[in-house]
Design a binder for this molecule. Structure first.
Ligand code: AHG
Ligand code: MN
Ligand code: MN
Ligand code: MN
Length: 336
């Protein structure tokens, strides 16, 4: 009966995206095919991440393969899997990865209309201690079928068609937006399918958490320092915010999206453009935040309006609950 309907009416990510794409009569399923290949990569990384700890602990063959080759670092291994999966999809023309210095221009025989920017393994310094890590991706469509160049991918984030991340934590959760809101899917390992578990995610308008690496405080600029001070010692008699900082952007952003609050990776004297990379960290997370009713700000402008000039360009980023980002925007505006 109705209560059990959902148990047999499985809303997999593929079915969900097919439904969404069916609204575009001209769509030929290319996007769904592309997404399926990204999902394949996420399933691989999920299983590899879960085994990595074991390999570390009991020296499984995984440490050095049978030819005695050095075990590839998980982020390099993940990168190889995503590049091969994306090329084999036959739907991509340019790939930008955190792990590849240069862009990958797909061979004409396998070329499609999408440019994918991705961070195959985000937070990789957290693998060995078992803290959640993730994959981040963004998708642009090449304008018309000309010879692809970097200009097709050095586009402002607002031109992205879709963006998402997969978090490898206590469960494997994929959060995706194709421009019509944000939805979360959880991997059911017994099915090997991502099932819709978080429909239509909306970030709380204001939160009680701020998320920043306080260790950089001595190098912050005025507005950032003032904002963090306000979080700790509110003037208006409101209670101070809690600090939560995991150090994996995917985990910090996922918590911010679900619980509300603000995530900051500000500029500082050492790194005037901050640390996070525009194309495959700042843009996808900013896209998701706006789609969930939040906002994302660079300290100077709306993050999605930024026009990158280099593929590994960095930018400061303040993203999360609408009202919390408003507060920091006001402090930067006051600094003038
Ligand atoms: P990556 O592991 O892909 O290089 O990204 C790490 C990033 C991001 O995940 C996180 O928000 C940030 O590094 C943490 O930096 P700090 O350790 O300087 O706080
Ligand atoms: Mn990263
Ligand atoms: Mn990475
Ligand atoms: Mn890295």
């Amino acid at each position: 009966h109705a209560a059990d309907a959902h148990r047999t009416d499985l809303m997999t990510i593929t079915r969900f995206v097919l439904n969404e794409q069916s609204k575009y009569p001209e769509s030929r399923g290319d996007f769904t095919i592309l997404l399926n290949h990204i999902v394949l990569g996420c399933k691989f990384v999920c299983s590899a991440v879960n085994k990595a700890g074991l390999a570390k602990l009991i020296g499984l063959a995984g440490e050095t393969n049978v030819q005695g080759e050095e075990q590839k670092k998980l982020d390099v291994l993940s990168n190889e899997v995503f590049v091969k999966a994306l090329v084999s999809s036959g739907r991509t023309c340019i790939l930008i990865s955190e792990e590849d210095e240069e862009a990958t221009f797909v061979d004409p025989s396998k070329r499609g209309r999408y440019c994918v920017v991705f961070d195959p393994l985000d937070g990789s310094s957290n693998i060995d201690c078992g803290v959640s890590i993730g994959t981040i991706f963004g998708i642009y469509m090449i304008k018309d079928n000309h010879e692809p160049t970097l200009d097709d991918v050095l586009q402002p984030g607002k031109q992205m068609l879709a963006a998402g991340y997969c978090m490898y934590g206590s469960s494997c959760t994929l959060v995706l937006s194709t421009g019509e809101g944000v939805n979360g899917f959880t991997l059911d390992p017994s099915l090997g399918e991502f099932i819709l578990t978080h429909p239509d995610i909306k970030i709380p308008k204001k939160g009680k958490i701020y998320s920043v690496n306080e260790g950089n405080a001595k190098n912050w600029d005025g507005p950032t320092a003032k904002y963090v001070e306000k979080c700790k010692f509110p003037k208006d008699g409101s209670s101070s915010k809690s600090l939560r900082y995991i150090g994996s952007m995917v985990a910090d952003v996922h918590r911010t999206l679900l619980y509300g609050g603000i995530f900051l990776y500000p500029a500082d004297k050492k790194s005037p453009s901050g640390k996070l990379r525009v194309l495959y960290e700042v843009f996808p997370m900013s896209f998701l935040m706006e789609q969930a009713g939040g906002q994302a700000f660079t300290g100077k402008q709306r993050a999605l309006d930024l026009v990158p000039t280099k593929i590994h360009e960095r930018s400061p980023i303040f993203l999360g609950s609408f009202d919390d980002v408003e507060d920091i925007k006001a402090l930067y505006a006051a600094e003038g």
